[in-house]
Design a protein around this ligand. Structure first.
Ligand code: ZN
Ligand code: ZN
Length: 169
């Protein structure tokens, strides 16, 4: 199944991960749930750390040959839900020209993302509804309608729970 994320962009840019860390970043990850472990660079490792929020810090380098890692990310079905430039903190669309812009010197920043540089990205899996999910959702709607028909709509009165007094108050 092809991914929505065009992982080939990284392949075409001949970028390779030099160092990867499981790391949340602002404003996408508040709080940062990352375990801050430096990771072995393969798709399985990324997948194993998704439970820690899905944020990763990437130190990239421009290589002479494209890196196979990006192909394996695509085969694993991983999707980028956010890509942020580590220099200017802008959200970067996944395309060759736009990422290429952030690999150059930034006029507005002292630091430069040359020869690769620092990015942050968030990974996840695309939650495309399967036909089974669809059927189940329709079934649930049908059940809800049946229940509504059978019962008179008498909503229970929900009283807000009294707030616990703060200790020492
Ligand atoms: Zn982790
Ligand atoms: Zn940038």
């Amino acid at each position: 199944m092809p991914t929505r994320t065009d992982w080939d962009v990284f392949y075409k840019l001949k970028l390779s991960p030099r160092q990867v860390r499981c790391q949340g970043y602002r404003p996408v990850h508040m709080p940062d749930l990352g375990c801050h472990t430096k990771l072995v660079l393969d798709a399985d490792t990324f997948a194993a750390h998704l439970a820690h929020g899905g944020g990763f810090e990437l130190q990239l380098r421009l290589g002479s040959s494209p890196d196979r890692i990006w192909k394996s990310m695509a085969s694993a079905g991983l999707e980028i839900t956010d890509l942020t430039c580590g220099v200017c903190q802008q959200t970067v669309p996944i395309n060759v020209a736009r990422i290429g812009q952030h690999l150059k010197a930034h006029l507005s920043a002292n630091r430069q993302n040359v020869h690769g540089g620092q990015f942050f990205f968030t990974l996840g899996y695309e939650q495309a509804p399967t036909t089974e999910d669809q059927a189940w959702a329709e079934h649930e709607v049908a059940v809800d309608d049946a229940v509504r028909e059978a019962e008179k709509p008498q909503a229970p009165v929900v009283r807000p729970k009294p707030a616990k007094p703060a200790p020492g108050a």
